[in-house]
Write a protein that binds this ligand. Structure first.
Ligand code: SF4
Length: 224
């Protein structure tokens, strides 16, 4: 790993996730793997994971998609039916609306990284249980350590509450800068909610503008 990335990881307080042998890796004497190899191992482990009951009912795991070096990382709660069938996060109508929200930020889907708190579909589209989120979190942490985003968007109440380990309602989580392992985290509405409640789109736009300002501030701090 090059020194700049190493310093960045250290500054973010997340070096242990990358420099240490990743969770589940057996050979502690092996030479440090390059980033592509770390991604390959991570995706392979997710594909074969049986760490929680959700593996029993999944069709496909849904690890995530997008730019492995994105500044923006979007994290939803978990795959739904169509995501489970395709193995991709945020497909269907909600996915299209999320694409529009990403475009409002000035990006295409492939320029950000999109994933979920759990990588397997909760049956019947129920909310993931806290123990399922906890079982899957090491994968999310490894993804974050590899992508090194400058900002995280928690997409929807369930994802926000799971990531922030809180029961505070979404209305009180919006419009604030939270912290996820040293990275600013902003809570936004889930596009499925916005499809059911189009009147909330105005607030959703405010959330995106707020996130953009936080991102710009982060860039300036990095430059300074
Ligand atoms: Fe493993 Fe996560 Fe799937 Fe549970 S949800 S089986 S922890 S990959």
């Amino acid at each position: 790993m090059d020194p700049v990335r190493l310093r960045y990881l250290q500054a973010m307080g997340i070096q242990a996730w990358v420099l240490r042998q990743p969770v589940g890796e057996a050979d502690s004497n092996a030479a440090p793997a390059d980033e592509d190899e770390l991604w390959r191992r991570l995706l392979d482990e997710i594909a074969h994971c049986t760490a929680c009951d959700l593996h029993q009912t999944r069709t496909h795991t849904v690890p995530g998609t997008g730019d492995h070096h994105a500044d923006w990382m979007l994290i939803g709660e978990g795959p739904g039916e169509q995501e489970d069938l395709k193995g991709e996060p945020f497909v269907g109508r909600a996915g299209k609306l999320l694409d529009e929200m990403i475009r409002a930020l000035g990006y295409r889907r492939e320029q950000v990284y999109i994933t979920n708190a759990v990588k397997c579909r909760p049956p019947g589209n129920r909310d993931p249980k806290p123990e399922e989120v906890a079982a899957c979190e090491p994968f999310l942490q490894r993804q974050i350590a590899l992508v090194r985003p400058r900002i995280i968007l928690a997409v929807g109440r369930i994802a926000a509450q799971a990531l922030l380990r809180t029961k505070v309602p979404l209305a009180r989580l919006r419009g604030k800068v939270h912290d996820y392992d040293g990275i600013p985290l902003i809570v936004i509405y889930h596009p499925a909610y916005l499809l059911r409640n189009p009147a909330a789109k105005r607030q959703a736009w405010e959330d995106l503008k707020f996130a953009w300002r936080v991102y710009q501030q982060r860039l300036q701090e990095a430059d300074g």
